[in-house]
Write a protein that binds this ligand. Structure first.
Ligand code: HEM
Length: 164
């Protein structure tokens, strides 16, 4: 990207979103799912962070596919609202019907966003969800942990994506 283009797009980012501007764009990669009660699986994923320069919010969406068959799997979308004090609140609606309100912190010097559910709604067995995202050298990785009515907080997903 030409230096002039980068400067222009940086200027067009809302000040509240600017600390997280490394996230903006489309990411593609692969992940692995596991949990003590299920068989492990592998998936491909496309994830997008977009935003309008006049809004202090990042729109988030992701879709996944079974790595072997190509069949669609889980998808979800929501909004990330970073605050100037380094805290962030996130709402996510999942294709399964489950909804999350997540609260946490971001530290973009370390390239880390940490989220913990304050509310999990319309879920049959999920009690808690944590999400940790790391961004470094155009690579985005995350770990999602969940607790259910029968299993303590443990990893369910781990993925690594590259910026397109
Ligand atoms: C299983 C929740 C994301 C694929 C499960 C189970 C729960 C769950 C509660 C059942 C566990 C049990 O029975 O003990 C969630 C939550 C997610 C999430 C809260 C996001 C925060 C995903 C994603 C994928 C996925 C992104 C696919 C890429 C699966 C599969 C199973 C499963 C394949 C096993 C189903 C089966 O064996 O019947 N998930 N999930 N999940 N999840 Fe997720």
């Amino acid at each position: 990207m030409a230096a002039g283009t980068a400067n222009l797009s940086e200027k067009m980012v809302h000040p509240a979103v600017k600390p997280l501007s490394d996230l903006l764009g489309t990411w593609k990669g692969e992940g692995e799912g596991f949990f003590p009660t299920i068989s492990s699986f592998n998936y491909s994923e496309e994830l997008q962070f977009t935003h309008s320069p006049n809004k202090p919010v990042i729109a988030y969406s992701q879709k996944t596919w079974n790595l072997k068959s190509g069949q669609p799997m889980h998808s979800e979308s929501g909004y990330w609202r970073p605050k100037p004090d380094g805290t962030i609140e996130v709402v996510i609606a999942q294709s399964t019907g489950l909804v999350e309100v997540q609260k946490g912190t971001y530290d973009m010097k370390e390239g880390v966003v940490k989220l913990k559910s304050e509310l999990v709604g319309n879920a049959s067995k999920v009690k808690e969800i944590t999400r940790v995202f790391k961004v470094e050298n155009y690579e985005l990785s995350y770990v999602v942990e969940m607790a259910t009515s029968v299993t303590d907080l443990q990893p369910h997903l781990r993925a690594s994506l590259k910026k397109l």
